[in-house]
Design a protein around this ligand. Structure first.
Ligand SMILES: Nc1ncnc2c1ncn2[C@@H]1O[C@H](COP(=O)(O)OP(=O)(O)OP(=O)(O)O)[C@@H](O)[C@H]1O
Ligand SMILES: [Mg+2]
Length: 394
């Protein structure tokens, strides 16, 4: 892959070049080509901005609609890591994962090309520009829940090496023209330059999905994704944001809001009022049961994604008896104070908060020492858990 890096600056078109092997339909794009496709990365083409850079809509000369993620510039040391990561992602193929369409790497530029998803993200339907239209009926919501769970199951259990997403959230679940969900942005967490924690790049809109052991100690495991998925499920069912600001400025997590109703078995009261009572009672129970199990504070009590898919599909869990239980997470006040804008953003997850200053000032890990929660891992010790702390990805 090393020889391919010069393509970007050279202007040479590697049309049709397929380095992914097998049936991977991705290729190298030239900077010129992507520049032309996105109208010079114009503001009008901008779909949004995340922790890694900006995303632009584009159309290639052969008519393919693409989304181009222009990464913030990286140093040369990160170049090989980028190549390895692209190589891994290029091999990932699943109907519920947004695979690579291609990339461009050269000089200081790193660009990743995906297929454009016409229904944008789950975030835009729940809280953003499509929220008023209520295109997401109950059936679609369950399809999104099961599909994204299957995408995560594949990442955790089927692809080699296994991949922990680390940023499961509504803006990373994209929707195709049939509302089939595609989980995006897996694997690129490792592209953050050394010394800069991924999470320090964007607390905004993300904190509410973070498993407590990850938010407070940076402990990463598949279980963190399971926790985030549980929050996503609650969000899908209730139409509420993971963290909402109450009158008076107090912030409340979705689990704090849901817990009393779940404990009393008042599941109907949890359903998004926008659905006007149109939902399947059985599926509601299954979804709430799965979500409640996923958001337990102790990672070892959470189900794995195989079990989650089974629960969502209504299969009886074999062997392990999982009783419905919910524990609401309350992040420490200091940590909560860092969540700037989960309730006052523009619904794209891309408004403000990404500038250099806020990145260094508002990192989640910077707040770790103020947390009082007991470390859920210490009984086991790092070795037994087989994790390498926050650096463990695959
Ligand atoms: N392939 C795509 N098709 C349509 N919209 C996309 C596509 N990829 C990304 N987007 C949208 O562009 C916006 C920016 O995406 P980006 O991934 O950079 O940020 P994010 O999802 O908010 O945060 P993160 O950096 O954690 O992924 C989001 O609203 C996302 O839903
Ligand atoms: Mg994203």
């Amino acid at each position: 892959m090393g020889s391919s890096f010069s393509c970007c600056g050279s202007g040479k078109v590697d049309e049709g070049l397929n380095l992914g092997g097998g049936d991977s339909p991705w290729r190298i794009f030239t900077y010129k080509e992507l520049h032309a496709a996105t109208n010079g990365f114009s503001e009008d083409n901008k779909l949004g901005e995340g922790g890694f850079g900006s995303v632009y809509w584009g159309k290639t000369s052969d008519g393919l609609q693409i989304a181009v993620k222009k990464l913030k510039s990286m140093n040369s040391k990160a170049e090989m890591e980028f190549a390895v990561e692209v190589e891994v992602l290029g091999r990932v193929r699943h109907k519920n994962l947004l695979g690579l369409r291609g990339y461009c790497a050269g000089n200081d530029q790193r660009l990743i090309v995906y297929d454009y998803m016409p229904n944008l993200s789950l975030l835009s339907h729940l809280h953003g520009q499509f929220a008023g239209e209520v295109q997401l009926d109950w059936k679609k919501r369950m399809k999104v829940a099961i599909g994204s769970a299957e995408g995560l199951l594949y990442l955790h259990h089927e692809v080699t090496p296994h991949i922990i997403h680390r940023d499961v959230k509504a803006s990373n679940v994209l929707l195709d023209s049939n509302f089939e969900p595609l989980v995006a942005d897996f694997g690129f967490a490792k592209l953050i330059p050394e010394g800069v924690s991924h999470m320090t790049t964007r607390v905004k809109g993300t904190l509410g999905y973070l498993a407590p052991e990850y938010a407070m100690w940076g402990k990463v495991s598949e279980s963190c994704d399971v926790y985030s998925f549980g929050i996503l499920l609650l969000e899908l069912v209730t139409g509420r944001k993971p963290i909402e600001k109450l009158p008076g400025g107090v912030k409340r997590t979705i689990t704090e809001w849901a817990e009393p109703m779940i404990v009393k078995g008042k599941f109907r009261d949890l359903v998004d009022p926008k659905l006007r009572g149109n939902f399947d009672e059985n599926q509601l129970k299954q979804a709430i049961n799965a979500a409640a199990l996923c958001v337990q504070s102790e990672p070892e009590k959470r189900p794995n994604m195989k079990e989650v898919v089974g629960l969502l599909k209504g299969y009886e869990p074999k062997g392990k008896v999982m009783q419905m239980r919910i524990e609401s997470i309350k992040y420490g006040d200091d940590l909560m104070a860092l969540d700037r804008g989960s309730d006052d953003d523009d619904g794209n997850g891309c408004g403000g908060g990404h500038d250099e200053e806020s990145r260094s000032e508002y990192g989640v890990f910077g707040a770790m020492d103020v947390q009082k929660m007991q470390d859920p891992y210490k009984r086991y010790g790092e070795e037994k858990m087989g994790r390498r702390g926050c650096e463990s990805v695959h």
